[in-house]
Write a protein of this length. Sequence first.
Length: 550
Amino acid sequence: MTHDGGSPSAGSVTGDWWDSAVIYQVYPRSFADGNGDGVGDLAGLIARLPYIASLGVDGIWMTPFQPSPQVDQGYDVSDYCGVDPLFGTMDEFDTLLELAHSLGLRVLLDVVPNHCSSAHPLFQQALAARPGSPERDMFHFVEGRSSAPGSASDLPPNNWQSVFGGRAWSRAVPGSATDTQWYLHLFSPGQPDWNWRNPAVGDYFESVLRFWFDKGVDGLRIDVAHGLFKADGLPDAPSATAVVDGLRANPLVSDQEDVHEVYRRWRTLAEKYQPHRLLVGEVNLEPARAARYTRADEMHQAFAFAFVKLGWDPAAWASVGAELEAARQLHGAAPSWALENHDIVRSVTRFGGGTKDGRELGLRRSRAALLALLGLPGAAYIYQGQELGLPEVDVPVEARVDPMWTRGGITRDGARVPLPWTAPPEANHGFSPATGQPGNPWLPQPEGWGRYAVETQQQNPGSTLALVTAAVGLRRQLWDQGVFTADDGGTWRVEDGNLLICERNAKFLVAVAMGTEAVRLPAGTVLASAAPLETDGWLQPDNAAWVLLD
Ligand code: NOJ
């Protein structure tokens, strides 16, 4: 395998650039607002692409901007091959793609194959068609159960619960005495699940993939990639608790064997293009199961979310790291590290114990963890704002819009607050030009947000932004110098009870001090650390270092 850090437009792509890539996740709603309506958009993103390029990353992953009623902030797609006017136009997307490529940035889009929006024309046609019709067979329309003789279909077909809370079924035509079918939605009622046992669904998605690949999009992030197929006959689940935590509580809707055939087909398609297109899956499963999605003829990557669920515990990190390494050895795909995304509580807050008081500690740990991840073998994904050390925001209850909040009492809004670009007095911290009307920005920025602003951090060599930019640059140099190679693996251990070590190869290791005492580093040259070293050769608690071994 080779490493290619060059521009995607330079014609030097080797086809496996992603193995070592750093990808920046853009949540367009909250990135930058070009037209002043309080919602981030393509125009805003185009204007700020040079900022992303200045981080030294290899590409961006954009969460959905396709037409959508926005019930789930775009994960309810009503037209897979369009641009929602909220975000702009297809012409703007084309401009964005071209500019990104000219800046050396690849562009990954989100594809949402488990469900669409209830406003999708194929779902609307299904609703209008009769029970048992081919239109209805594109989705899961099923007769319900009866609570008593004569009360036909008054209960849903089974006990499955929605990830967002409440039952996973809604009546096709509420109150109808003649159409008594229900349809399945593992998320909100506005997100009906496709029936992947119907080959027409697979054909439809192939046309969607072709549309974006033909445009020159470099790859796709696959939403709920381990969902898609449901157990034959849709039987009751062993437990009727909510299927939170990525569907895992209900094995009947997750990780069904048939799903792998989809990714084999998509991989074949991705490899018909030059350069090959990348497939990266949101596979929220334990490492050994997730690794099966990155077998040689399936996806190239699946996010390694494993550390997200762990505390600041070196033994737990080492053991999960070793599991991921075992999976890499079995199936060949290096981990794709991610500590944050738009669904997860910001790492500053997680590592700081969830409170405002823990923020300083959380920031130190989150910087250390991010530096560590950038030094590990594999790709790394950074979520917008993570490079600024943004904490989770406690969004006022009346401003929360996440359907998970309204249905299930859990909010993801706090990780989605619009980015601070400038410190006051500029309106909305430079996110949106419009001033002061309610709903602008779409989620309120908290008091003091300006302290994290890009502009402020660009002036400060000790900022998190400076740390991330330097680490990404050094990572590239180490590739160029041959210190990092594509054959690197991770050998994990804990020294002195709290020094987490991952030896990448005979020349380089990553160390994180996870205890309460300073610890001695292995002999070598410290190339980078999350905070300055107080004593040469020693790492203070909550600091991390990259060490070039003697
Ligand atoms: C995962 C996405 O990241 C999340 O935001 C969304 O709500 C669900 N999938 C459903 O599409």
